[in-house]
Design a protein around this ligand. Structure first.
Ligand code: HEC
Length: 564
């Protein structure tokens, strides 16, 4: 304990600050030995690493830092530094093991090409205060300083922004039934508009706000009060498995009764490291295992139809690359049960895998035997398909939903949904949408230019496309059969919000996409630009209704067809 924190320990009268000091001491003490071993943070120079934080461990500074964080950082990094969408967590991960001086150096410069602004506009004292707060966040021992109510700015509202140029759009024009199609010819030049800083501050759902859908359909609330519900999947017996990624749980929801509510809810497994992907093995009606994609490994639990709790301990199957950045690991088995596919997103926005060892086997869909052996790369240059891969039951083809890169302006690069060619290259990070070179990698890999596959369906850039489901239900009209429904979590790197909706990708009973997609469920953004809901997971229930998880309002929505 240094002199400063021991003084604050003695003089503190309130239990709140006593526990904060102890906890800051522990958090800071704990990271000292790590500092020496970790490679430098964002290539911070050694002199920066050695610069001491003059406010380290001081609770007044942490309190001031909490308010500054709420104002300047929370919109992108989440209200408690847990990260949002593609933006890294600060309450855990590399920031927690980095030296304060290295963080100071990094936030002063920012990384504007990758969407992180420079904060040289804040006073030095304020930057150190934020870092003091960040280090307090990393501990395991709340209470933390809370931002003063009202310190955060109102969510930036785009209702005064110029109307979007078709085929690009934003939340103001998203409307169930509107069909959209973006082609490569529509794309602007890189940096045609500046890289936006427009993450949502998610608010409670106002009483009169509800998801909107097409006439003939209606939206019900199936469950609420969840904790960060992410991927959802329907088990062979009709139960719904839901990953609650932040607390590390997998829950089971059984049945849809009465007022569209579950008959039973149980916790299947706990204590997982950011679980996301869930797949039953072997494929078919009688699985023996539930596989779960966690941030650094695929694990599995023994399972029999009807189990509501894991019937045995977790088994480790295989490690998958970790080390920050995109953390969702979507998992699927081929229909013959011979192969397991795992989507692993990039660690960064556009770092070059040639010179960034941490990007090895990332931005890929990896293939394994179901026991985790025999890894190979199934398809590559796919920035982040971790949000959703799925097999098209009609054609047997693998499809994926992809978050493309940031920092090139409002209308670049489109997210996409596409069938995946085995061995196919989809461009990241050197190329995008066919032979368009990323301006941050000029001159690199000319031999790949002609290999870049243009995806089937280009979506609004930055809308953060996550889970996809093929509609094989009987409830919706026949024209929907075989179509894809997808959850679009919503943008931060666009000056007027896009996404925050469920879309339908019509496959026109052919099993193949035409490039079109249609707004299907909207209304998660209020007219003033404030956000209350963010779709993540999607699955078709046995009765043919659609269930959609929402980690903005922490609920599950159900879309039913009610007739003409
Ligand atoms: C407009 C969105 C945005 C805002 C606002 C923002 N950041 Fe970031 N930040 C990012 C992105 C995107 C990255 C990842 C950049 C990269 O890949 O190099 C990042 C990265 C970081 C990192 C490195 C994390 C890591 O694991 O490597 C730190 C530290 C950080 N930000 C701190 C802050 C602080 C402190 C603030 C507020 C003063 C802030 N950021 C505000 C978008 C933002």
């Amino acid at each position: 304990m240094d002199a400063a924190s021991s003084a604050s320990w003695k003089s503190s009268k309130s239990a709140f600050f006593v526990s904060l000091s102890v906890f800051l001491f522990v958090a800071i003490g704990a990271c000292l030995p790590i500092k020496a071993q970790t490679a430098s943070f964002h290539n911070a120079p050694a002199t920066a690493e050695q610069t001491k934080n003059p406010y380290a461990g001081k609770h007044a500074a942490a309190q001031a830092g909490a308010n500054l964080f709420a104002r300047h950082c929370a919109s992108c990094h989440g209200p408690s530094g847990g990260g949002t969408g593609n933006i890294p967590a600060l309450a855990k991960g590399p920031t927690q093991s980095a030296a304060d001086g290295a963080i100071f150096w990094f936030i002063t410069q920012g990384d504007p090409n990758n969407g992180m602004p420079s904060w040289s506009s804040l006073q030095e004292q304020q930057r150190w205060q934020i870092i003091t707060y960040l280090k307090a966040l990393g501990g395991t021992n709340p209470p933390l300083p809370k931002a003063k109510i009202g310190a955060a700015p109102a969510s930036s509202s785009a209702d005064t922004a110029a109307p979007p140029n078709a085929p690009f759009t934003d939340y103001r024009l998203e409307n169930p039934g509107t069909v959209r199609k973006i082609t490569v010819q529509d794309l602007p030049q890189p940096f045609a508009t500046k890289s936006a800083n427009n993450g949502p501050k998610v608010m409670a759902r106002p009483n009169d706000a509800w998801p909107k859908t097409l006439p003939g359909f209606s939206v019900q609330q199936y469950a609420s009060g969840l904790n960060n519900p992410r991927l959802i999947v329907t088990a062979p017996n009709g139960d719904f498995f839901v990953a609650e990624s932040e607390p590390g749980d997998v829950k089971v929801f059984r049945g849809i009764i009465g007022d569209a509510k579950p008959q039973q809810v149980e916790t299947f497994a706990m204590g997982l490291k950011r679980p996301y992907g869930i797949a039953f093995y072997p494929p078919g009606p009688d699985p023996q295992w539930v596989y779960i994609g966690t941030v650094g490994a695929v694990v599995r639990f023994p399972y029999q139809n009807g189990d509501l709790k894991a019937r045995g301990p977790q088994q480790h199957i295989v490690d998958v690359p970790d080390g920050g950045g995109h953390w969702t690991r979507s998992v699927q088995f081929t229909a013959d049960g011979k192969k397991m596919l795992v989507a692993v997103g990039s660690g960064s926005n556009v770092d070059d895998p040639d010179t960034t060892p941490g990007e090895k086997n990332r931005a890929d869909i990896l293939e394994f035997d179901p026991d985790g052996s025999e890894m190979s790369v199934y398809a590559y240059g796919i920035r982040n398909a971790g949000g959703g891969i799925a097999f098209n039951p009609a054609t047997g083809e693998l499809w994926c939903s992809v978050n493309e890169r940031d920092g090139l302006g409002d209308n670049l690069v489109p997210d996409y949904i596409t069938h995946v060619q085995k061995g196919g290259f989809y461009g990241w990070p050197w190329w995008y949408m066919g032979g368009n070179q990323d301006p941050r990698h000029v001159g690199k890999h000319p031999e790949l230019k002609d290999k870049v596959i243009t995806p089937d369906v280009l979506l609004q850039p930055h809308n953060a496309s996550l889970e996809i489901a093929f509609y094989e239900g009987k409830q919706f009209p026949a024209e929907y059969k075989g179509d894809i429904f997808a959850s679009e979590h919503g943008s931060w790197n666009k000056s007027s919000r896009a996404g925050y909706e469920v879309i339908r990708v019509p496959l026109h009973q052919t099993g193949h996409a035409s490039g079109e997609y249609e707004d299907f469920v909207t209304g998660f953004v209020l007219p003033n630009g404030n956000v209350w809901g963010r779709p993540v997971g999607i699955t078709v229930a046995p009765d043919g209704s659609l269930l959609v998880t929402d980690d903005g309002s922490n609920s599950i929505w159900r879309v039913v067809y009610t007739g003409k």
